[in-house]
Write a protein that binds this ligand. Structure first.
Ligand SMILES: [Mn+2]
Length: 334
């Protein structure tokens, strides 16, 4: 089986427009989605490092700052966690890995009114909220987009940039194992390794740094998995109490939904955890028989065909019923 050439962007005009914007400006604000994962923080930092390498100013703000488990990324300590950390004016605000402007949540206040927004993202559900939009829905990570941008612009990679991009890519492609992984993904990873990335060291930082408490929470999560009678839908509800008992703060990178998805025969895996009394974070992973982004869109969210999420405005109990019913609908087993 041969693969078509896959390294060309689907939206070359978007890429060119983004580069033009970055070449023209001198001062930039870089923002990404709330509760950031490795792709969000890695892409934002890599873009900021690239711009600084070109003699420009780039500040990063992210809602609540860098999660502790990604604090090893070069430059993460300088990321602002509140809108007040932004110091306008900016020539453009660069928003990465966010499907909609609402996804940056509290950092909307950091974006000056009337700011020129450059939207760089790989979610099919992206709402094209920027003055410039570059969207690559078939690419597995925003990190791959930043890598392609650097190459197209002829900007030099440093070890710092390579580490940030590698973490973005390795996390969002499920360690190069999701179906979104392209030959070009591996080619970029190889280039990043040649720029000083140590894959073993990154593996230890991300997947080999569990505390015993985190592993115990894994065990609790597995214990709490429920399945529907067909065995095609599995879900888990993580309660505040489970986190409190374990003494753990929830973060996006814990990725418990993959544990649920790993059960043979499961086509839709659902993870629910409370954000507040009437706000529940929904995460969905699916087989091609279910469009995860469409499922999450029913609750105001979005994402990718096989990995998506939403913030459900209801109680945890209501969210469980609604999410499982939506999965049954999606599979036609309702
Ligand atoms: Mn991403």
């Amino acid at each position: 089986m041969t693969h078509p050439r896959d390294d060309a962007p689907a939206d070359p005009a978007g890429l060119r427009a983004a580069i033009e914007e970055l070449r023209r400006g001198r001062r930039f604000l870089v923002v990404t989605h709330a509760r950031p994962d490795g792709d969000a923080i890695g892409s934002a930092l890599a873009l900021a490092h690239l711009l600084r390498g070109e003699g420009k100013e780039a500040e990063c703000v992210v809602d609540a700052g860098t999660p502790p488990d990604l604090a090893f990324l070069p430059g993460s300590a300088a990321i602002g966690g509140t809108p007040a950390a932004a110091r306008p004016p900016y020539d453009a605000v660069l928003i990465v890995d966010a499907a909609g402007l609402d996804r940056i949540e509290g950092m909307r206040d950091a974006v000056p009114t009337g700011a020129r927004i450059v939207n760089i993202d790989h979610h099919a559900s992206n709402t094209r909220f920027g003055a410039v939009n570059w969207i690559e829905p078939s690419w597995g990570s925003t990190g791959e987009m930043i890598g392609a941008l650097a190459r197209e612009a002829g900007w030099r990679l440093t070890r710092e940039i390579a580490v940030c991009l590698y973490v973005a890519i390795v996390t969002d492609t499920g360690r190069f194992m999701f179906s979104s992984t392209r030959p070009a993904t591996h080619e970029l990873a190889a280039e990043l390794q040649r720029h000083g990335v140590d894959p073993g060291a990154i593996n230890r930082e991300i997947w080999g740094s569990n505390s015993l408490a985190e592993l115990r929470l894994h065990a609790e999560t597995i214990r709490a998995i429920r399945t529907d009678p067909t065995g095609r839908i599995a879900w888990v509800v993580l309660t505040q109490k489970m986190f409190e008992d374990a003494g753990i703060t929830p973060t996006e990178s814990q990725n418990y939904v993959s544990l649920v998805k790993s059960i043979r025969g499961v086509e839709v895996a659902i993870l629910l955890r409370p954000l507040s009394a009437r706000e529940v974070k929904l995460s969905v992973r699916s087989e091609p028989s279910c469009d995860a982004a469409a499922l999450c869109a029913r609750f105001g969210g979005g994402g990718h065909l096989r990995a998506a999420g939403a913030t459900m405005q209801m109680s945890l109990e209501e969210a469980e019923v609604a999410a499982v019913a939506a999965a049954r609908d999606a599979l036609g087993t309702g």
